[in-house]
Design a binder for this molecule. Structure first.
Ligand code: ARG
Length: 408
């Protein structure tokens, strides 16, 4: 090994194998220069570690792969709802985003997909984290979300004289192909597109489709051409089915999915990310935070149905990913969604898979993240007790390790 190799040896009482669902005894995980080089369990002899290896003995805990949240907005902050955020300058959002990144990592989420931010802020946060200036998870950035002019992902809060529009709007297949290339040029590693209206925009209806299937297909094809995964914001049943047929990899929110949509997702292998926690936060705190009454009203209409449809999708065995929309609720509370998923019918082990192996597969990163296995990054979270019996223990990680470094 080169002289600069840094090795850590992580030991614990138990390790959850997220592929098999089995609990393994006495894991020894060796991480060299950030990646896992050996995993042994049950007292098997681990390869001898160099004398200067760092020993991270976690004791009576269960380790599992570092968690993945497939849908966050690190630059958003729920405290500033409606128009209350307009008092801040543009760079305020990325500055406070640095704190949000640290909170997310310390909550056990070692990888996040940031699916929408202004000014390539998520690309900047990723670079600052990789350079070691700030603490945070691995970020898969989308940069700006694509969408229709006047749609959910455009600027919808200001009158025409302000002349504000998002730079990633497109109103034909050709325009949207160009938007894919522009986002990729400046750092997007996933393409996010808004297929329907949404809750937190003005003059949009969550149930109504906003891009035609041919436009969504142009986005999916162009992204695939450049080897990028895709994610669609879609609440309404028609927009959801159009996005699935168009070949989008993950459908997010999925609130009004119908039986046909569930069957289609299963048949096409499309992953579904239901953000079933944030309803609780918005209904409890939204008004205080300045969220407009019309948006709270939309949340009421969406939330209840979304949870019932999540139950139907879980029962049907749809492929699930863990998408929380953190930024709608405070960053760092990402793990609260596990308990809601279980309450609405998902098996605990499947909830854990949604935030580990399924998430990694849905964005073609299973060589890097999503399981504790040789070759993957040395990303782990440790909890007291057994998360397959009580997923709420994931809300209180006792240790977080990223690339073999203990960060909590
Ligand atoms: N960003 C999403 C939107 O504005 C959030 C939806 C939150 N509500 C929910 N029940 N999932 O549409």
């Amino acid at each position: 090994a080169p002289a600069y190799a840094k090795t850590s040896v992580v030991t614990a009482a138990r390790m959850l194998d997220v592929e098999s669902g089995r609990m393994l005894e006495r894991p020894v995980v060796v991480v060299t220069d950030g990646r896992i080089t050996s995993v042994t369990t049950g007292g098997a002899t681990a390869p001898a570690a160099p004398a200067d290896a760092e020993r991270i003995d976690l004791g009576d805990v269960t380790i599992l792969p570092g968690l993945i949240d497939m849908h966050v907005h690190l630059t958003s902050n729920p405290k500033y709802g409606g128009y209350t955020g307009l008092r801040f300058t543009d760079t305020f959002w990325v500055a406070q985003g640095a704190g949000n990144a640290a909170r997310t990592l310390r909550a056990g989420f070692t990888t996040v997909r940031n699916v929408g931010s202004d000014g390539y802020a998520d690309v900047g946060l990723k670079q600052a984290i990789e350079e070691g200036w700030i603490e945070g998870p691995r970020i898969v950035p989308s940069a700006h979300a694509l969408g229709a002019t006047g749609g959910h992902c455009d600027e919808t809060y200001l009158p025409p004289s302000f002349d504000r529009k998002s730079p990633a709007m497109g109103d034909s297949p050709e325009e949207l192909r160009k938007r894919v290339r522009e986002q990729r040029k400046y750092g997007a590693e996933v393409i996010k597109v808004c297929a329907t209206g949404g809750v937190f925009s003005r003059n949009t209806a969550p149930g109504v489709q906003q891009l035609r299937e041919e436009e969504l297909r142009a986005v999916a094809e162009e992204a695939e051409f450049w080897r990028l995964p895709t994610a669609a914001h879609a609440h309404g049943a028609d927009g959801i089915k159009a996005a699935i047929r168009a070949g989008i990899d993950t459908i997010e929110h999925v609130s009004f999915i119908d039986a046909e949509g569930i069957a289609l997702a299963k048949q096409r292998g499309t992953y579904l990310g239901f953000d079933v926690y944030n309803t609780d936060y918005t209904l409890a705190e939204g008004e205080k935070n300045g969220v407009l009454p019309e948006n709270i009203e939309k949340e009421r209409q969406v939330g209840t149905q979304q949870r019932e449809n999540f139950r139907a999708a879980a029962r049907a065995g749809a492929r699930m990913i863990y998408s929380t929309d953190a930024g709608i609720y405070p960053h760092g509370d990402n793990a609260r969604q596990f308990a809601v998923m279980v309450r609405f019918g998902l098996q605990p082990m499947d909830a854990i898979r949604s935030a580990t192996i399924n998430a990694a597969r849905a964005m073609a990163r299973e060589g890097d993240v999503g399981s504790i296995a040789v070759g993957r990054y040395g990303d782990m979270v440790a909890v007291a007790g057994d998360p397959t019996r009580d997923v709420a223990v994931l809300e209180r990680p006792v240790a977080v390790i990223k690339g073999g470094e203990r960060v909590r």
